[in-house]
Unconditional design. Structure first.
Length: 414
């Protein structure tokens, strides 16, 4: 198993590295916000568009869990899903050259984001199962968290360059779209080595036999696991908070603090490097203290920093701390919590339950993100004052969610 594990880890690392470059432009939140701003969408519509990234993907994956188990073609599904994740956004970019109706573009953007994020969800969740079967049990937490972090880091370098180029054409719609299309096509080239490396992964014979004879997971299995139910509540709250914060945080930095897009891209690059460096240590902490305790501690820190930032908004140091901890709903601690929740769901599953448990956690997290994004627009418009004052009051409202998550992690099955 150790020989298989080491070989598979190398192949998965190559896959993650190349895939990160392939999705660097099409899947980046900054590029998405720049595109929406250049297409002149109303800020109140951002929540509607972004919420579409969550609902269809999670429902589709959950409904397909049984089919994916029967197909037993994890490598092919993961590799091809990420290919479509890169191809679909090209349709929106090309269509925007010729379509100027805001209504049509709003519908098209919602459909494209829904489908492309569905592909990403199938790929990411299937990859988690692949890591579970391809790596030795003693290396799973450290390996899966490292590979998840690696899936972002190389692309962040490419994205920094892409955002710097795109920012030069901000305000010139057609030039911006042409530049975006070229960058998307360049990044697409990295899909070939990614595909080849993942398809070369091999599973030990004992894993193959266990997959053949393992019983199919049932919905009732979810309700039999106390720990899984606690994880599902936690993931739902995490999703609502992430959706609410990510809808407007980058816009807040761009509009209120007048950040340049390339500064935000540089920040995200730094965060991905730090995530990669800390990934294996995070896995060791989870092995020692439990995923729930590490997640609870992380959100206690996020809660404290967010409270300080929203209470003293002119103190830029607190905003900087929040950017590092939970930038755009992610950041070092936000990403760590997401990775640990994913690994936790896979670790709780027995053979035949992986798709079901992973799908259930993803479904509840994504429904939470959908709800957070949907609530974002109406909630923001409720607050009086200048745009800056509206944003601050909005972000203060989201403080309740990390507080509830911290409290939830304190309750543990004896």
């Amino acid at each position: 198993m150790i020989g298989f594990s080491q070989r598979n880890f190398k192949l998965c690392s190559i896959y993650s590295f190349c895939t990160a470059l392939a999705i660097a432009v099409s899947a980046n939140a900054i590029v998405t916000d720049l595109l929406l701003l250049n297409l002149k969408f109303d800020l109140a519509k951002f929540g509607i568009i972004k919420s579409c990234m969550f609902l269809l993907p999670s429902i589709s994956y959950f409904a397909s869990a049984g089919l994916l188990l029967r197909l037993n073609r994890d490598l092919t599904i993961a590799a091809q899903a990420y290919l479509w994740r890169v191809l679909l956004p090209l349709i929106l970019t090309v269509s925007a050259f010729f379509i100027h109706s805001q209504t049509v573009l709003l519908v098209l953007a919602s459909v494209i984001f829904s489908l492309s994020y569905t592909c990403a969800m199938f790929a990411n969740n299937t990859l988690l199962k692949i890591y579970r079967n391809a790596l030795s049990p003693s290396e799973f937490n450290r390996g899966s968290i490292f590979l998840t972090a690696l899936l972002s880091m190389p692309g962040a370098f490419f994205c920094l360059l892409a955002v710097s180029i795109l920012n030069r054409f901000s305000g010139d719609r057609q030039a911006f779209l042409l530049c975006l299309l070229v960058l998307q096509l360049v990044s697409l080239l990295f899909e070939y080595p990614a595909y080849k490396s993942l398809m070369a992964v091999r599973f030990p014979h004992v894993v193959k036999e266990a997959q053949k004879h393992s019983p199919k997971g049932k919905i009732a299995d979810i309700f039999r696991s106390v720990e899984l139910k606690r994880l599902l509540v936690l993931s739902t709250l995490h999703g609502i908070w992430t959706g609410a914060v990510s809808t407007y945080f980058v816009i807040y930095l761009l509009r209120v603090w007048q950040f340049k897009a390339q500064w935000i891209a540089a920040l995200e690059l730094l965060l991905t490097v730090l995530n990669l460096i800390s990934a294996k240590s995070l896995g060791r902490l989870a092995d020692r203290f439990g995923c729930d305790r590490v997640i609870g501690t992380a959100f206690a820190v996020i809660l404290t920093i967010q409270l300080l930032w929203t209470s003293m908004p002119t103190m830029w140091i607190f905003l900087l701390f929040f950017c590092f901890a939970a930038h755009n709903g992610n950041g070092m601690l936000g990403i760590a919590c997401f990775s640990l929740e994913s690994s936790w769901s896979a670790a709780l599953a027995k053979q035949g339950q992986h798709e079901l448990f992973i799908a259930a956690r993803t479904l509840l997290y994504s429904i939470g993100c959908f709800a957070g994004c949907q609530l974002a627009g109406p909630l923001l418009t409720l607050f009086p004052g200048t745009e800056a004052e509206q944003f601050l009051r909005y972000f203060r409202c989201t403080l309740l969610l990390p507080l509830l998550m911290v409290l939830l992690t304190l309750f543990r099955k004896k």
